[in-house]
Ligand binder design. Structure first.
Ligand code: NAP
Length: 267
């Protein structure tokens, strides 16, 4: 299926690896130009080289461009650097690292502000900076990478549960504010367990806390998911690219779960 977005330009945040990278990969394979952002320059440059090799059109002059900006997207300077590279994005995938797990008794105001900054205010700033231009041009797609914890909270991820719920509430309102009639959709894509460095880190930290073998924890976790496995960044990216497609123009203000069936609710 041709998603109808060839030649559009996307800003993909947190894209040197993991789910952001998977999203950028699916978009360049659809012929979308991408600007990828992450803090670590070396991994980002290597990711850009892999995306360039994988893009639709190969080395043709019509192939999409892949550019990168080494920056912290949660800062005003980082966002300014992303917009200095390209101004009028048609697609924005918001993403940054998730907040650390822990006990809410240990989180002070600074910990909360950091989580809210990264996982609520940064996507809001990116939405604010782009949707009016998208509406004026008649097409726009925002996909916020959030978490299945928005629907099914995980107690040790309280910073994530709280900050991402704030974003989810904001999106529910703004997606219905009249932008959709001008071709702009805003949706949240909620990962369950995906095999990325972040998940590896969470499993390792559980192993060190409980003294259990990390492979045993991994196997038990996979068994607890109806799909019997973790997701991979490529399949996550494909869903993201679909949400950015012309065909998904009537999907707006949704929280789309990609979790192998782990969320147990009927609705
Ligand atoms: P990951 O593999 O650790 O990748 C995170 C990416 O974001 C890296 O490219 C990282 O590069 C970049 N990044 C982190 N902080 C950034 C910042 N401030 N500015 C710019 N780039 C930044 O993580 P992931 O598994 O893909 O997770 C992506 C998001 O989904 C996270 O918010 C995570 O909490 C959420 N999530 C993941 C899962 C899962 O199972 N994987 C489940 C639920 C929710 P640098 O460190 O070099 O900046």
């Amino acid at each position: 299926m041709d998603f109808g977005i060839k030649g559009k330009t996307a800003l993909v945040c947190g894209a040197s690896k993991g789910l952001g990278y998977g999203s950028a990969l699916a978009l360049v394979q659809e012929g979308v130009n991408v600007v990828i952002v992450a803090r670590g320059a070396e991994a980002l440059e290597a990711a850009a080289a892999r995306l360039t090799a994988a893009r639709a059109g190969g080395t043709d002059a019509t192939a999409p461009f892949v550019k990168y900006v080494a920056a912290d997207i949660t800062t005003p300077e980082g966002r300014a650097a992303a917009f200095a590279m390209h101004k009028d994005y048609d697609i924005v995938v918001t993403n940054a690292g998730g907040p650390p797990p822990g006990d809410f008794r240990d989180w002070d105001r600074d910990a909360w502000i950091k989580a809210v900054d990264a996982n609520m205010l940064t996507p809001i700033e990116l939405i604010k900076a782009t949707v009016d231009g998208m509406a004026a041009r008649g097409f726009g797609r925002i996909v916020n990478i959030t978490s299945s914890s928005v629907k099914s909270p995980i107690d040790i991820l309280g910073l994530s549960n709280g900050a991402r719920s704030g974003l989810t509430g904001f999106v529910a309102g703004v997606a219905r504010s009249g932008l959709a009639a001008k071709g702009v959709t805003i949706n949240n894509l909620l990962p369950g367990a995906f095999d990325t460095d972040r998940l590896k880190g969470t499993l390792a930290s559980t192993a060190s806390k409980t003294g259990q073998d990390v492979d045993a924890i991994r196997t038990a976790r996979q068994k607890s998911i109806p799909a019997g496995r973790f997701g991979n960044p490529e399949e996550f990216g494909a869903i993201c690219a679909f949400l950015c497609s012309v065909q998904a123009g009537y999907m707006n203000g949704q929280n789309v779960l990609a979790d192998g069936g782990a969320y147990p609710g009927t609705y």
